[in-house]
Ligand binder design. Structure first.
Ligand SMILES: NC(=O)c1ccc[n+]([C@@H]2O[C@H](COP(=O)([O-])OP(=O)(O)OC[C@H]3O[C@@H](n4cnc5c(N)ncnc54)[C@H](OP(=O)(O)O)[C@@H]3O)[C@@H](O)[C@H]2O)c1
Length: 343
């Protein structure tokens, strides 16, 4: 191996573009592992970075938190992995267990540090998680961010139990994983989408009720009708300021909102926050999850034989097109880049 083929964020006047580069191969540190990346999946976060929507400096950085591959080389002091092991990167390379610490923000793959969109990546041995044996690398690449966020929201912080009701907004990566997890746990799942076709796919995955948020702009009223005016036990809130008020109106007294996303922007929510108080609502901010949660989630996935839903696989050299497909919002579930031909 002479060099490593990567994409980098290259600055333009007001955002970034993806630029293909070759980097020299560096000798591994004692506890480092070189991973031959087989697949990378995209998250809305990668769209935010590329289009500079959060005003974050990512110039020269390798994009994407989510990837899966095979250990190609290990440093002299590595004990956890051996060549040939199948592994995934961990979104926060340093968040192993316990509560979140602000220092982990300095170690988010594809943000503050280099991510997974390259033929090989070098990571500390402690920043990797074992791939579930029954999943392909394409499937496993979808787990580190979207799946773990949904799992953390529903089970770790939400305490979801069978028989409860869950509302998922839209049919992107986080929401489709939340639908699959909640249905597997025996919950009733309500899900919204701009597309009736996507809602039909959601029913096949176990959704109990569907709502088109384009034809029902006041979708919170439909949620109330569908829940005998009680509201849902959990809302997986990925919309942000443009949906938060309706999410608040959709949740039951004593219910739970997992605040996750910014699909409608980064501004403050419209409307009063007082319903949170008056109805004793639990509000949890969720930022992906720890490796301990990741391993627990992998056991849940395997025990329920859940398969990630992939809607769009692009070859590595078409990575920019993969980003465009994600930005179009036409996908249902996850968009994946296949790097298997790069080694
Ligand atoms: N806090 C965290 O740890 C964390 C982790 C992952 C993601 N996120 C955030 O969560 C959000 C979702 O991420 P993702 O990667 O799952 O996104 P994604 O796959 O790109 O999801 C896009 C889908 O969201 C739906 N959508 C867009 N605007 C909507 C609206 N106003 N109301 C309802 N649905 C809407 C659309 O579904 P339809 O086509 O069905 O209408 C669209 O196809 C993003 O804001 C992302 O930054 C946060």
């Amino acid at each position: 191996m002479h060099d490593i083929d990567v994409f980098e964020y290259a600055p333009t006047a007001d955002k970034y573009r993806l630029e293909r580069k070759h980097r020299p191969v560096k000798q591994l540190g004692s506890h480092q592992v070189r991973v031959a990346v087989k697949a990378v999946s995209l998250n809305y976060r990668d769209h935010i970075a590329l289009h500079n929507l959060a005003r974050r400096q990512v110039g020269g950085r390798i994009p994407c938190s989510d990837g899966a591959g095979v250990v190609a080389e290990v440093g002299a002091g590595v004990t956890r992995w051996k060549v040939g092991d199948r592994v995934m990167g961990s979104f926060f390379a340093t968040w192993k267990e316990g509560p979140f610490q602000m220092a982990h923000h300095q170690h988010d793959l594809g943000g503050t540090v280099d991510g997974m969109l390259g033929s090989f990546v070098t990571l500390d041995e402690s920043a990797l998680v074992a791939t579930p044996g029954y999943l392909s690398d394409l499937e496993a690449s979808t787990l580190p961010c979207a799946a773990l966020t949904a799992y953390h929201a529903l089970f770790v912080r939400g305490g979801l139990s069978a028989g409860q009701t869950v509302l998922c907004l839209g049919t992107g990566g986080v929401s489709v994983f939340a639908l699959q997890f909640a249905a597997a746990a025996g919950a009733q799942v309500l899900i919204t989408s701009s597309s009736d076709e996507k809602l039909a796919r959601a029913i096949e995955l176990g959704a109990t009720h569907t709502i088109n948020y384009r034809s029902h702009a006041e979708w919170q009223k439909v949620v109330h009708e569908l829940t005998a005016h009680r509201g849902v036990d959990h809302v997986v809130e990925v919309g942000g300021p443009g949906t938060f008020d309706r999410s608040m109106q959709s949740v039951s007294a004593g219910g739970h909102i997992a605040l996750i996303g910014v699909l409608t922007g980064f501004g403050p929510p419209t409307g009063s926050l007082f319903p949170l108080v008056a109805r004793n609502i639990r509000l949890n901010g969720i930022y992906v999850g720890s490796q301990e949660m990741f391993n627990e989630m992998n056991q849940f996935l395997a025990s329920h034989q859940l398969y990630p839903v992939i809607d769009g696989v692009f070859p590595y050299d078409q990575s920019p097109q993969a980003f465009e497909w994600l930005a179009s919002g036409h996908h249902f579930g996850k968009v994946v880049i296949d790097l298997s031909a790069t080694h």
